[in-house]
Design a binder for this molecule. Structure first.
Ligand code: CP
Length: 348
């Protein structure tokens, strides 16, 4: 018999989620870097996220009475819409500031965010062009700050959803010796190709993959790789064909034109010829390798169009679905703490 979770009564659905949570709390109060996420945090987040995913758009009352401001000072489709919907599906009120905020009139990020904080919101989700903004703000707000991408630095919720996608894929293929859920990426080869230098997605992903024992390879022109990347335990290749051999995960990144990356390659056409993931290139990886991309995909430059969303090896839309589930889990666990603890902060 198939149980349709979306048909459960509100009290039964919430009881179900609570039975998975088992009175556990996260170890952090803000999320500015994946380095804050312990193995125990990861297990809790993923157990809860998988259950939220099963409930799809079900409306929970967990965070009723709490508010969230989404402050995106750079463009976003996936991260902004999923954070907003996740909050609403947990019964939070949401507001957005950014493009037309008073930052454009010269107000500082700190004054803007302290203003929002005075509304007693529970969470402020922030994306900034500059690195380090969420970390600086988190020290001065009572609200939890969630980094939705800061400059070239980190994009922690992207890495969390990416790793959930990988773990679920390997579990579905019987990846764990005990037949249960795969808990780490020991022995898996993750090959990341593209503009590594400007990628905050890489910044978070490489840290989390390392924690989960994956073997990490990068492939890019030498002009798009940070000089000290090897200190992350990464093996770098300038020949993507060589890097692909034996890969379990092929993770493509966009060339970030808005950060001037076009000036580091002869042309996008040339880049695509040398590093773009085509059918022929994907076939160099392991037989059942998966193709991932954080989006937005620049079709026929970083990934050939025919592979992008519909190819059976592509996990790109699964990543999007997992993004919603991970963000919902995060918002519930951060806003509705069982231990009643609150963060320490100091007004500037
Ligand atoms: N992956 C990602 O951050 O996408 P958006 O810029 O659309 O949010």
């Amino acid at each position: 018999m198939v149980v349709v979770l979306s048909k459960k009564s509100p009290s039964a659905a919430e009881k179900d989620l609570n039975s998975i949570r088992k009175d556990r709390d996260l170890s952090f109060f803000d999320l500015v870097s994946v380095d804050q996420v312990s193995i125990e945090d990861l297990a809790l987040l993923y157990e809860v996220a998988r259950r939220f995913r099963d409930y799809k758009t079900y409306k929970f009352s967990f965070n009723k009475g709490s508010s969230q401001v989404n402050a995106f000072f750079e463009p976003s489709t996936r991260t902004s819409s999923s954070f907003d919907l996740a909050a609403k599906q947990l019964s939070m009120d949401t507001a957005g500031v950014a493009g037309n905020s008073s930052v454009s009139k010269g107000e500082s990020y700190l004054d803007t965010i302290e203003t929002i904080d005075a509304y007693n919101v529970k969470t402020i989700v922030i994306r900034s062009k500059e690195s380090g903004v969420p970390e600086m703000l988190a020290r001065h707000t009572q609200a939890a700050i969630i980094n939705a991408g800061d400059g070239w630095h980190e994009h922690p919720t992207q890495a969390l959803l990416d790793v959930l996608t990988m773990l679920d894929h390997f579990s579905s293929r019987g990846g764990s010796a005990s037949g249960g859920q795969t808990k780490n990426l020991d022995g898996k080869v993750v090959m990341i190709v593209g503009d590594i230098t400007h990628s905050r997605v890489f910044g978070s992903l490489v840290r989390l993959l390392r924690q989960l024992k994956a073997q990490i390879r990068t492939a890019s022109p030498l002009t798009l790789i940070p000089t000290e990347v090897e200190r992350f335990g990464v093996k770098h290749y300038t020949d993507v064909n060589e890097a692909l051999i034996g890969a379990d995960v092929v993770y493509a990144l966009r060339v970030q034109s808005e950060r001037g990356a076009n000036g580091y390659i002869p042309s996008l056409r040339e880049y695509s010829k040398m590093f773009g993931i085509s059918r022929k290139r994907l076939d160099l990886a392991k037989k059942n390798a998966i193709l991932m991309h954080p989006g937005p995909v620049i079709r026929d430059i970083d990934v050939h169009s025919a592979l992008a969303a519909v190819d059976p090896q592509s996990q790109i839309l699964q990543q999007v679905e997992n993004g919603m589930a991970v963000r919902k889990a995060l918002l519930w666990l951060m806003c509705d703490r069982i231990d009643g603890k609150t963060k320490e902060f100091k007004r500037k």
